[in-house]
Write a protein that binds this ligand. Structure first.
Ligand SMILES: *Cc1c(COP(=O)(O)O)cnc(C)c1O
Length: 409
């Protein structure tokens, strides 16, 4: 059956200069910077209401009018999305926040929210007839890309620095990618992918280097609005690497506001969280700069936010500033402690990146940036079990050997 959906994409737009670009062709970067997807929001307003969403399946495609879905038969999907929004009263009490929520992305396919972006990017690659994709990664993106490529029958090439978490290395390989460990840093991996584009014709799925991963990650914001009955919270804490999720959510909120779907025009303050081991966005924010300076000697157990240079740096900074939020650096050596605090209080599988966010909420409450009555949402972007090395290093040792001394229990 050939199904032609109504797609509401009006055009694409260079983020650095506002140039209007044609939608129906393959795009990468424009002037070396990312590209926005723009919609005809007036037509969407007439075509669909938020009540129309109610009966749709609980996955990202329920928002298809707000996504670049040209052909539903080309979807590459595991049914990702509608992650639970969990109230977190015990962690809230520990931190001193009365109305704390965790949006739990650890339950998505491949154990992280990377699946949202990859579902959309690989769907679009499939739409354009691309058969071979590649990317550099030091974390969850490689596994997600490999899984979606497998589902689409594409070839996938993944290049990872040697310090990439073990599980990320093996999952990429197990999902059938040509996975390579590179003796170098993430930018060396990026260089290899660039060469492969020229020599082998690979399509580059790197963060923000094609226009559609943002759109997939935007669904985190659309879901949050729907789950809170179209009333957005006061503050969102988001662990920031390349920034796709933060940029995407802020875009979602603007689109919902323009559509008139929100109960109130007040948008959340966006807090971009990084580790003291790698905080380029925080430095640029503190110094009032438009772009970030590449961070040297970047290190963090939170591999998803160990991104020394982000091609969309100005888009992250714009979103944070427009929202009245901040970029916040937390102490790398305490990430494991915060991760365990979240896991033990709420039973949620918290990744190190989100551990950093828990630390940021604590700091913001202490210095008055956030008040105890604010409705605060933390994004748990991935599952703890993907970080075997971090767990082994950061958790207390398990030393209660048998035979049990009952008096110690
Ligand atoms: C990739 C990743 C991040 C950072 O995501 P961006 O949206 O690119 O900033 C945060 N947490 C986890 C677990 C990740 O895999």
């Amino acid at each position: 059956m050939s199904v032609t959906e109504t797609c509401f994409v009006s055009h694409l737009e260079g983020a650095i200069d506002g140039a209007r670009l044609e939608p129906q062709r393959i795009h990468t970067l424009h002037e070396g910077r990312p590209i926005w997807v723009r919609y005809d929001l007036d037509s969407i307003r007439h075509a669909v209401t938020k009540n129309d969403l109610v009966g749709r399946p609980p996955n990202i495609w329920r928002y298809k009018e707000l996504l670049p879905v040209f052909d539903m038969s080309k979807l590459v999907s595991f049914g990702e999305g509608m992650s639970p929004l969990l109230n977190s009263p015990r962690l809230g009490t520990s931190l001193g926040i009365e109305d704390l929520w965790i949006k739990d992305e650890s339950q998505l396919p491949t154990g992280s929210f990377k699946s949202r972006g990859m579902a959309m990017a690989v769907t679009m690659a499939n739409h354009f007839g691309i058969t071979s994709v590649a990317l550099p990664t030091a974390g969850n993106a490689g596994g997600a890309a490999a899984a979606y490529a497998a589902r689409a029958g594409m070839t996938c090439h993944v290049f990872m620095p040697e310090d990439t978490p073990m599980i990320n290395q093996y999952e990429a390989m197990a999902y059938g990618a040509n996975a390579y460990r590179v003796n170098g840093l993430i930018n060396d991996c990026g260089r290899i992918v660039n060469e492969g584009k020229e020599i082998k014709g690979w399509f580059d799925l790197s963060t923000l280097k094609e226009p559609y991963r943002i759109e997939g990650k935007k669904t985190m914001g659309l879901e949050l609005a729907e789950q809170f009955d179209w009333q957005l919270p006061d503050a969102i804490f988001y662990p920031t690497g390349g920034g796709t999720g933060l940029i995407g959510m802020w875009k979602a909120f603007q689109e919902l506001k323009t559509l008139g779907w929100l109960e109130s025009d007040k948008l959340p303050r966006m807090y971009s969280v990084q580790s003291s081991g790698c905080a380029p966005i925080v430095e640029a924010f503190d110094n009032d700069e438009k772009h970030a300076t590449p961070y040297s000697n970047a290190h963090s157990i939170a591999s998803g936010i160990r991104v020394p240079a982000a091609v969309g740096d100005f888009m992250i900074l714009d979103a944070v500033r427009q929202s009245g939020g901040k970029a916040i650096r937390v102490e790398e050596s305490r990430i494991g402690e915060w991760m365990r605090l979240g896991m033990s209080r709420e039973g949620i599988s918290i990744c190190p990146e989100t551990g950093a966010c828990i630390g940021a909420v604590e700091a913001c409450l202490e210095n008055g940036t956030v008040s105890e009555t604010d409705r605060v949402v933390i994004y748990n972007t991935g599952a703890a079990q993907k970080y075997a090395e971090a767990l082994a290093c950061e958790m207390p040792s398990i030393d209660k050997d048998l035979p049990i001394d009952w008096s110690s229990i």
